[in-house]
Every structure is written in structure tokens, then in C-alpha cells.
Design a protein around this ligand. Structure first.
Ligand code: ADP
Length: 320
């Protein structure tokens, strides 16, 4: 393999730039020519491909977002679109592709690698931590730390007013941002999609914690777990307590990546480039038990949903 390309696709996440940098510099070290594709699969179809050198990725390791930009490409979900993408790659003589993205991007990568003679390595970049084959995705740690910053600020003000606060966080169908930020931030309740919540139990707990001397309560709600307005209305109706709500939104997507995300980006990129040099079959890179792993795309995408029940119960026990 002599020529490879790198792109970012789908939702952006802190750590994507660190992964681009590591991919480019390690590929150059291995003697490869490396190209950057702008705006994900859409840019690939349109031929937005540029040769990169070591200086192209200077001064980006600490930046959130992605210098290559990202996009969603309906065309790439069609065979026609993937053929156009392949024709661009083959015009440049590129035979290996590093895709930094989430579940959807990896489904596209799988289709491309099945249909054409292109080896694709996927680096998981999403704040949601919703890819089951890997313990962590790039951006998750940073997003949790951003959420913690918000929790700390909310604690200051809610403690002064004896308030109940509800903070809605991202995560789509995955409750990990809420769960990890909830434990690290000492939240009283964590409501996540993996465990159906019982509003009566939440209300009983708020009441009983007040009896035990807790004057303020923090509820962390994962966006996929329920409707915050309904939860707040139900608490008001059943307890008479007004809950102050905050939705953190896209702030969680940005920010300078943490040490964990930067080191993870470097380790995963090295693995991806090594596998391309070995002409390995297409794989998704991940981390399990602190070891960098690489699974064939089909089996990685078919991994059953994982959920750390023990951690969830710890969150509850420590809030009592
Ligand atoms: P993410 O990678 O963050 O999950 P998306 O789900 O938006 O983001 O996917 C990014 C891109 O990947 C889509 O715009 C599309 O081009 C491609 N893609 C998504 N799902 C599929 C699929 N099932 N088959 C082929 N390509 C897909």
C-alpha cells in the first residue's frame, strides 16, 4: 500500500483532529503518501481530495471539531454514490482509507469495502460512546468532562437556593454521558435509556432525601431517556417542587480534547495505519480493557448492546 486517505464523517467530536494528525504523521513515517478528504463522503464523491504533509496538521492537536470538516451524505448510502467515491479514490491511486466517524459512517465504510478493492479502517469518533465493540469512542471523555464543568456550576447555584436541578445531556440512544457525568458529578439521579425510569420512585426519593437533610438534588437526564418537560411537570404535581432545567446541547460537542482522547486518538491511528500497511482486511479500531483492538467491520457492527449495570447501581448507591 502506497497511498491512503483520511476523512471525518457524521457528527464531529473532540479528538478527531488529534486522530487526523496522528494518521497523517504516522503514515508519512511509514513512507506512505497521505491525502485528506474534505467534508466526509460528500467530499469524496465530489473529489475534494488534497495531499497532506506534516505541516498540514500542525497546531490542531488541541482543537475540537475537525479541520477536514464533516458532513452527512445521502448519496453515499446509494450504490451510485459509492461508485463515484471509488472512482475518485482510484483516480488518485488511493487503496486505503481511514474513516473517523460513528455508526452510520462505519456502515458506509463497510459497504464501500465490500463493493470495491479498498481497505477501510474505522476510528470511532463520537461523543455518544454508542459503539458496542469498543469501550470508548473518541470525544466521549471530553464530552463527559464538559458536562462535569456544567454540573459543578449548577451545584454552586442550586446549593445556595436549595433547588432541584435537571440537566439534560446528549448521547442519543446511549446513557453513558449521563451515567459517567452523573457518577463523577455526584448526581442524585441518573435517567438513561437503558433503564426505564419510574417517576413515582424519583419523587419518593426526592422527598426522602430532603427528610435526610439533603437540601438540593441533581437529576441528569440522557436525551434518549425521556421528555424533560414531562418529568419536571410530574415532579411538580407529585411533590410540589419546582425543578430548574438546563439543556447543555452542542457545547458538549466542542472543546479542547482531554489527555485521554488525545492519547486514544494517537493509539488508534497508529493501529489503523499499521493495518493498512499490512493490507489487512477492513476493520474497526477500538479499545477494550485498555488494549487497542481491530475487529472486522461486520462483526464489530453486530456487537450486542453493552450496558454497565454495576456502574448504574453504584451511581444510585452513592447518591443516598
Ligand atoms: P455517524 O457516523 O456520526 O453515525 P451518520 O449516521 O450521519 O453519522 O452517518 C454519516 C454518513 O455515513 C451518512 O451521511 C451516510 O453518507 C453514511 N451512512 C450512514 N448510514 C449508512 C448506511 N446504512 N449505509 C451506507 N452509508 C451510510
Amino acid at each position: 500500500m502506497k497511498k491512503i486517505a483520511v476523512l471525518t464523517s457524521g457528527g464531529d467530536a473532540p479528538g478527531m483532529n488529534a486522530a487526523i494528525r496522528a494518521t497523517v504523521r504516522y503514515a508519512l513515517y511509514k513512507g506512505l503518501d497521505v491525502y485528506g478528504v474534505e467534508r466526509g463522503y460528500a467530499g469524496l464523491i465530489n473529489g475534494n481530495v488534497n495531499r497532506l504533509n506534516s505541516r498540514s496538521v500542525s497546531d490542531i492537536i488541541h482543537r475540537g471539531g475537525t479541520i477536514l470538516k464533516t458532513s452527512r451524505s445521502p448519496e453515499f448510502t446509494e450504490q451510485e454514490g459509492r461508485r463515484a467515491a471509488y472512482e475518485v479514490l482510484s483516480a488518485y491511486g488511493i487503496t486505503g482509507l481511514v474513516v473517523i466517524g460513528g455508526d452510520g459512517s462505519f456502515r458506509g465504510a463497510r459497504d464501500l469495502s465490500h463493493e470495491y478493492d479498498i481497505k477501510v479502517m474505522g476510528i470511532p469518533g463520537t461523543i455518544d460512546n454508542d459503539l458496542n465493540y469498543t469501550d470508548y469512542t473518541l470525544g466521549f471523555d471530553t464530552a463527559v468532562n464538559t458536562t462535569l464543568w456544567a454540573i459543578n456550576s449548577l451545584r454552586d447555584t442550586m446549593g445556595s437556593h436549595d433547588r432541584v436541578s435537571l440537566l439534560e445531556v446528549m448521547g442519543r440512544g446511549c446513557g453513558d454521558i449521563a451515567l459517567y457525568a452523573g457518577i463523577a458529578g455526584g448526581a442524585e439521579y441518573v435517567i438513561i435509556p437503558e433503564v426505564p425510569y419510574d417517576i413515582d420512585a424519583v419523587c419518593r426519593d426526592i422527598k426522602s432525601s430532603q427528610k435526610r437533610g439533603k437540601t438540593s438534588n441533581m437529576i441528569i437526564l440522557a436525551e434518549g431517556a425521556g421528555n424533560k418537560d414531562e418529568i419536571v411537570a410530574a415532579i411538580k404535581e407529585k411533590t410540589g417542587i419546582s425543578v430548574k432545567t438546563t439543556t447543555l446541547g452542542h457545547i458538549q460537542r466542542g472543546g479542547s480534547p482531554t489527555m485521554f482522547d488525545r492519547v486514544l486518538a494517537a493509539r488508534m491511528a497508529v493501529k489503523a495505519v499499521d493495518l493498512l500497511c499490512e493490507e489487512s482486511e477492513s476493520r474497526l479500531i477500538g479499545i477494550r480493557d485498555n488494549q487497542i483492538i481491530a475487529e472486522p467491520i461486520d462483526s464489530a457492527l453486530a456487537c450486542p448492546k453493552r450496558f454497565n449495570e454495576e456502574l448504574y447501581s453504584v451511581a444510585h448507591i452513592l447518591s443516598l
